[in-house]
Write a protein that binds this ligand. Sequence first.
Ligand SMILES: [Zn+2]
Length: 232
Amino acid sequence: MWGCRAVLCVWEVRLAGFLGRRLLSSNAASGKSGAGRCWKCGSPGGVESGDGLFCHHCRALQPPDQTRDYFSLMNCHRSFRVDVVKLQRRYQQLQRLVHPDFFSQKSQTEKHFSEKHSTLVNDAYKTLQSPLSRGLYLLKLQGIEIPEGTDYGTDGQFLAEIMEINEKLTDAQSEAAMEELESTVRAKQKEFTDSVNRAFEQGDFEKAKEILTKMKYFSNIEEKIKLSKNPL
Ligand SMILES: [Zn+2]
């Protein structure tokens, strides 16, 4: 039994080594010809400065740096508190540099990289813009995820509150009633956002996870309100 486990361990270590080498060689294939080297002209060091988007020697667009998280990409501190105006400016700045429209006359490789960059920038912006997805992403960076379908069944008072709001949503006949409901939900989300901010500042990730799970419920209600105001 133990011998068998030891053999397995050796095999796992070998597999890890093999996968590691595969990863390195696939990096080379994707255009990363080594730290800071341009995939096109091989110029060393020119890629490291600035955003590392273009080669300083031949100006070729470089592949996205997979090790960079969204906060680093968007020039934000890794924190729940984000300056959304600065975030939007950075988003526009990056899209002006990498958007596929500007690469229609370039090589297939650069077109491909520009699409990858553009998608990445869109995802980063969307994720960091909304407090809920930003909080979930921060937790993810800490190795904490909230699986889909996680419910808050233990908190009866919270569920009663959600049910009451859902009933009001079904019954809301007038625009005024809907607006009142919308402002209640907005106030609640503001309250949650402040609490999540405090939890992150205190490094209390479990608390942040608890509040973000609740925010998901309110986010669903917000979607329903949006839908009832602008039916598809
Ligand atoms: Zn180059």
